[in-house]
Design a protein around this ligand. Structure first.
Ligand code: RB5
Length: 141
């Protein structure tokens, strides 16, 4: 199960990602926002992170204007490893090496097509483990 949310700056790319998840039959929970009205991104970051830390979702996707606010908020939550990125290589490597569990994207940085592509890579790339296991566990200490 994937948790997904956005603020007003990330609404269009969130909707594009959701359309793609539906097409692929990926289970998700949409935690808002669902209008263009201005809202506060930390509220939505917390909703997604809680789904993960309480074990209901395995990964999350957060969209705001830049992805930065969402990533700052998400990384304050113990157990969350959030990556803000805008290229395919980083989307792959943050899964392989960081075992990131939250993807943060910026609706004013990337277009809908790129957002869908990055979410797909993020959701389908496994963690490599091995030497990265120790480094990732150091993040929790
Ligand atoms: C909202 O205007 C904007 O600040 C927000 O979407 C995000 O980019 C913050 O990092």
């Amino acid at each position: 199960m994937i948790a997904i949310a956005c603020d007003h700056g990330g609404l269009d790319i969130k909707n594009a990602i959701i359309e793609d998840l539906k097409k692929k039959g990926v289970e998700y929970i949409d935690l808002g926002t669902n209008t263009a009205d201005s809202v506060d991104y930390p509220v939505y970051a917390k909703k997604v992170c809680t789904e993960i830390t309480e074990g209901r979702c395995e990964k999350g996707i957060l969209c705001c204007g830049t992805g930065i606010g969402m990533s700052i908020a998400a990384n304050k939550v113990r157990g969350i490893r959030a990556a803000v990125l805008s290229d395919e290589f980083s989307a792959e490597m943050t899964r392989r090496h960081n075992n990131s569990n939250v993807l943060c994207l910026g609706g004013r940085v990337i277009n809908e097509e790129k957002a869908v592509k990055l979410a797909d890579i993020f959701l389908n790339t496994p963690f490599e483990g091995g030497r990265h296991e120790k480094r990732v566990s150091m993040l929790e200490d």
